[in-house]
Design a protein around this ligand. Structure first.
Ligand code: ZN
Length: 248
């Protein structure tokens, strides 16, 4: 069965996406690429990132930054750095990029999994970072598995006896358990104090009852200096450059 490479929060970071694509091609050639939104915002190469995802036939969902970049009617406050990046992004997006972003749904089912950016209850604006939100998210899913982004922090929540618990994630493949809510981490702006690009490989399989295949989180080094140089060239805020090195 085909493997899925699950990406989230690429945030217009082309260097990070190149490194992730190279890792996918080495680890899971032919994998289907899916994403959990926030393709643009913060980073310096929104059109190039969209072009690469299009070329790789990636499918996925709308994130809150994507929504703001295409004037989605959404009440949402952004901090000054994020807002400055959105203003710049809107200015540079090509009509083809805008059209691609406008096609992104807020939810997408892929086999036994649902993709959303924030949560099934509030796809564009709920940060699921603790057990209560994870439990509610799992209860709201129509599929055994859910993949999400938005927090930029890898996580593996699984419902046990009605409440979600956080399961360990590491470099090895682990079973994909039913009633799980899974964050691959962020490709383009990690926030778990590890600056390497994050994504995961999901290989469906298992017995379809207690197991839905395997999950394997990946962390990939990339040329942060090149992304930062591209951000400097277009005068994106200093704070957005610094956080790439810190991974926060
Ligand atoms: Zn994001």
């Amino acid at each position: 069965m085909t493997t899925f490479a699950v990406l989230a929060d690429v945030h217009a970071n082309l260097e990070a996406l190149f490194a992730v694509m190279a890792d996918i091609d080495a680890e899971a050639p032919g994998a289907t690429i899916v994403h959990c939104g926030d393709v643009v915002g913060y980073g310096p190469q929104p059109n190039e990132v969209i072009d690469l995802l299009r070329a790789r036939r990636a499918i996925g969902v709308l994130g809150n930054h994507d929504a703001r970049a295409i004037n989605h009617p959404l009440e949402m406050r952004f901090n000054p750095d994020a807002e400055a990046a959105i203003v710049w992004t809107k200015h540079v997006l090509t009509p083809a990029s805008v059209a691609w972003l406008r096609e992104l749904p807020e939810r997408l089912e892929v086999g036994d999994a649902t993709l959303v950016h924030g949560s099934p209850r509030d796809p564009l604006d709920e940060y699921v970072m603790e057990a209560g939100g994870a439990t509610a998210s799992i209860d709201a899913l129509a599929t055994p598995l859910g993949f999400h982004g938005h927090t930029h922090i890898p996580a593996y929540w699984c419902a046990r006896d009605g409440a979600a618990i956080g399961l360990p994630i590491g470099g090895d493949a682990v079973e994909a358990l039913p009633r799980s809510y899974v964050n691959p981490g962020s490709v383009g702006q990690p926030r778990d104090r590890d600056p390497r690009a994050a994504y995961l490989l999901w290989t469906p399989g298992g017995d379809g009852e207690t197991s839905f295949g395997t999950l394997r989180w990946r962390r990939i080094n990339y040329e942060i200096d090149r992304t930062v140089a591209a951000m400097e060239a277009v005068k994106l805020p200093q704070g957005l450059r610094d956080r790439l090195y810190a991974g926060r």
